[in-house]
Design a protein around this ligand. Structure first.
Ligand SMILES: Cc1cc2nc3c(=O)[nH]c(=O)nc-3n(C[C@H](O)[C@H](O)[C@H](O)COP(=O)(O)O)c2cc1C
Length: 189
């Protein structure tokens, strides 16, 4: 598929750029693994080489986990194209930064509504969205969403390593990049 490490790096960058802007991309919803051996699906909101941006409820359990141990791994997989991208990096949670505020302002009121209810993982008596009943259906107003802002945060992951793997009948192919050092190498699959 590729004959140079530079081309593989460019392919990885293009795939992550598309993953962030195209909700139909199979890489739009990667799996984020944290240092407590837990993992979950999140929507990739932005990618600026080599930083990933995700959105989270500031009360979610993963926020405390990341603040105690900023190492994260992120797994992307495109089944149709048979490409896996594994990345590792240093994560940070931002609640009040310019990036967090801009991300909040870029959302619509339906997206912001998620931050009005109980925090993720709150125990409920019955199956529950956690939203106050008056917001189950309708879109809240700007004013009603004011209390939601303090529950919103961004998760930024500065990538340090990337592992690219392509499955192919005529031979799988794999390359690794140390993004911090700027080095690259081929490895066996
Ligand atoms: C398709 C899909 C997209 C999701 N997107 C997000 C997201 O962008 N941000 C987020 O915090 N959780 C998202 N979730 C929910 C998480 O997978 C997870 O259940 C939640 O964040 C609580 O995680 P925690 O207990 O590890 O904090 C998504 C789940 C699915 C299935």
């Amino acid at each position: 598929m590729f004959d140079s490490l530079d081309k593989v790096r460019a392919d990885a960058q293009a795939r992550l750029e598309r993953a962030a802007r195209d909700r139909r991309s199979p890489m739009h919803t990667p799996v984020i693994a944290t240092g407590d051996a837990d993992a979950r699906v999140m929507v990739l909101r932005a990618f600026d080489p080599w930083t990933l941006r995700f959105h989270t409820d500031a009360r979610a359990p993963k926020v405390g986990v990341i603040e105690a141990d900023p190492r994260v791994g992120v797994l992307f997989y495109d089944k149709a194209e048979k490409v896996q991208i594994r990345v590792q990096g240093q994560a940070r949670i931002e609640r009040d930064s310019a990036v967090a505020q801009a991300a909040w302002e870029a959302g619509n009121n339906f997206a912001r509504r998620c931050y009005l209810g109980d925090g993720p993982g709150t125990v409920a008596q019955t199956a529950s969205s956690g939203l106050p009943p008056q917001f189950e259906g309708p879109e809240p107003s700007d004013e009603e969403l004011i209390p939601a802002r303090e529950h919103f945060a961004v998760l930024l992951v500065e990538l340090t390593r990337l592992d690219w793997f392509h499955l192919a009948h005529d031979g799988h192919c794999r390359a690794q990049f140390d993004l911090a050092q700027g080095t690259a190498r081929w490895v066996t699959p």
